[in-house]
Design a protein around this ligand. Structure first.
Ligand SMILES: NC(=O)c1ccc[n+]([C@@H]2O[C@H](COP(=O)([O-])OP(=O)(O)OC[C@H]3O[C@@H](n4cnc5c(N)ncnc54)[C@H](O)[C@@H]3O)[C@@H](O)[C@H]2O)c1
Length: 289
């Protein structure tokens, strides 16, 4: 039998697994909101880089008068480790490691053994089924999707995904945690792409078809969508920002999971990924950086 938490006020310590771009942003917003955070990563270099990124971001916010506390006070709430066993006193764990199902499942299995019985496990996965990830633990009722957007300190939304067995109490505690971290939440059932990527990725994929078919230049496609539909970034520039490999992986999940040919990944998107032109992170995607 599991022992569930009943109030978010009981969530004092949050463990974040993965110190990459998402993990460090999640850790920052939680520490800013008064939670004690422990970040775990297998790579010391990633942990060091994450602390540097958070310090820089806090310094900027402080300069702009957007922080109620001095950055060192917030930093003092963040600890780092390379050992999951240091999560033994966490009330809530948020996984943000690389998007590989087997890797995530092996982490959940270990967390299930290490965390206290009342603790909730959340995954920040962009595309993997929450129900399937939850089945690697014995606490499917206390397992949930908590999909932060990139960059976490800036983006308002957290998409919360109910797995097949996620309890209502887990949903409400997760919503409350996200709101305490200054975010607005929406709930999605556990279907491929959830809400945001189900709608966003086919649009990005269609922008690649529009480019491939020679209908317009990349610049005109982006300007058309930016100015004609009031989006802050055109779909191709946004794809470069997200990472073309990530966009391709999500399209594959939609195509496999929903089985409809309208989700087939655009061959031009595949070609960019094959060429290693992954967007901003590799210096080149649709555009050069
Ligand atoms: N980048 C985005 O725009 C975005 C948006 C929403 C959700 N996500 C999701 O967030 C997750 C992380 O993405 P990211 O962009 O931060 O990736 P990233 O590559 O920046 O970071 C991943 C981190 O995981 C660490 N890691 C790998 N194996 C590990 C292990 N066994 N234990 C602990 N840490 C380990 C790596 O060292 C790295 O620091 C993915 O599931 C991704 O789909 C990403």
């Amino acid at each position: 039998m599991t022992m569930e938490l009943t109030q978010t006020t009981q969530i004092k310590r949050v463990g974040v697994i993965g110190a990459g771009q998402m993990g460090n942003g999640i850790s920052q917003v939680l520490a800013q909101s008064g939670f004690n955070v422990i970040i775990m990563d297998v790579s010391d270099a990633s942990l060091k880089k994450a602390l540097g990124t958070i310090e820089k971001s806090l310094a900027k916010l402080f300069e702009k008068g957007k922080l109620p506390e001095h950055p060192p006070v917030i930093m003092s709430r963040i600890k780092c480790t390379t050992q999951l066993k240091d999560f033994a006193d966490c009330d809530f764990a948020i996984e943000a490691v690389s998007e590989q199902e087997e890797l995530k499942k092996s982490i959940f299995k270990q967390l299930d053994e290490i965390l206290p019985a009342h603790a909730i496990i959340a995954s920040n996965t962009s595309s993997l089924p929450i129900t399937r990830l939850a089945s690697s633990t014995k606490r499917a009722g206390q397992f949930i999707g908590m999909h932060f957007m990139n960059p976490v300190p800036v983006m308002q939304l957290v998409e919360i995904i109910r797995g097949h067995a996620t309890s209502e109490n887990t949903c409400q505690l997760t919503k409350s945690l996200a709101e305490q971290a200054g975010k607005t939440t929406v709930f999605s059932q556990d279907f491929p792409g959830f809400i945001v990527n189900r709608i966003l990725m086919p649009m990005i994929n269609e922008a690649f078809f529009t480019l491939m078919e020679g209908i317009a230049s990349a610049e005109d496609i982006d300007a058309g969508m930016k100015l004609g539909t009031n989006q802050p970034m055109g779909p191709l520039a946004l794809a470069d920002f997200i990472g073309l490999d990530t966009c391709l992986a999500i399209m594959k999940v939609l195509h496999d999971g929903l089985g409809d040919s309208k989700y087939r990944p655009c061959p031009l998107l595949k070609k960019y990924v094959d060429a290693g032109h992954l967007g901003r992170k590799s210096g080149r995607g649709v555009y050069s950086y």
